[in-house]
Design a protein around this ligand. Structure first.
Ligand code: MN
Length: 257
């Protein structure tokens, strides 16, 4: 009785929705014989990859918003392919550990990686770091960026690095000295002291007790389409899109914490 009804519904679905759905429902029936395909309904698909708890932050500008400093194609690929892949793989990793499957405080996880089960620790380090680093990066760029930070950040930068120009030079030197892929960071330490540091791969400064205020992605995917192998040209251009207002707010909040 049920089989007959199912066949009747399948026939109706095929007749009304065309062969593509008929093929789809046949595939579903192959993998799960109890699936009923209602007309107009989506047939059962293979288990989709986990979609949460981590999600992509909206990009605060269009793909071309940082042109000509960062080209639209690079921003699109960087956001929709690279960053999105870190989010997808992070969700896949935490889905394997029920106690973490709902946890959304990524900052706390990265601060204390040793508390993450060993089976997913490397995945969280790489993909959680990738998600956190890129989410921060998109916020700290703006089509109206560039120039100098507000005084609240310029003063401590000058106190630490002598001048804003010397701070930028230190970032470029650090970037050029970083072998392979990684990030250059302006960070605060526990004593609220500023410094420039690098991390390899997608490691977060949070994992070594530092608080990142601003990061420069020096993976080749961040610049190769436009700047090819010349990492320092990419960084020189990048200063023109840094939103120092956002970075200064981050500094102010961290100093109060
Ligand atoms: Mn990147």
């Amino acid at each position: 009785m049920l089989t007959t009804r199912r066949q009747a519904i399948k026939t109706l679905a095929a007749a009304t929705l065309g062969t593509s759905l008929a093929q789809f429902s046949t595939q579903a029936a192959d993998t799960n014989s109890s699936v009923l395909v209602m007309p107009g309904a989506t047939p059962a698909a293979p288990e989709p990859p986990p979609t949460g708890p981590y999600t992509m932050p909206p990009l605060p500008y269009g793909y071309g918003g940082l042109e000509p400093m960062i080209d639209a194609q690079t921003v699109e690929l960087h956001y929709t392919k690279h960053h999105a892949a870190y989010v997808a793989k992070l969700n896949e990793a935490v889905a394997k550990v029920p106690s973490l499957a709902k946890k959304t405080n990524l900052e706390e996880m990265l601060k204390n990686l040793s508390a993450v089960p060993e089976s997913i620790r490397t995945a969280v380090r790489n993909n959680g770091g990738g998600h956190y680093n890129h989410s921060l990066m998109w916020q700290t760029f703006s089509p109206h960026g560039g120039g100098f930070p507000p005084g609240d950040l310029t003063m401590p930068i000058c106190n630490t690095f002598v001048s804003f120009e010397k701070f930028r030079d230190e970032c470029v030197t650090a970037a050029n000295g970083l072998f392979g892929s990684g990030w250059v960071w302006l960070v605060l330490d526990h004593a609220k002291k500023l410094s420039v540091m690098t991390t390899p791969n997608q490691d977060s400064p949070l994992s070594v007790g530092k608080y990142p205020l601003f990061g420069i992605d020096v993976w080749e995917h961040a610049y190769y389409l436009k700047y090819h192998n010349v990492r320092s040209d990419y960084i020189s251009a990048l200063w023109n899109v840094v939103d120092w207002v956002v970075v200064t707010k981050r500094y102010g909040l961290a100093m109060q914490a």
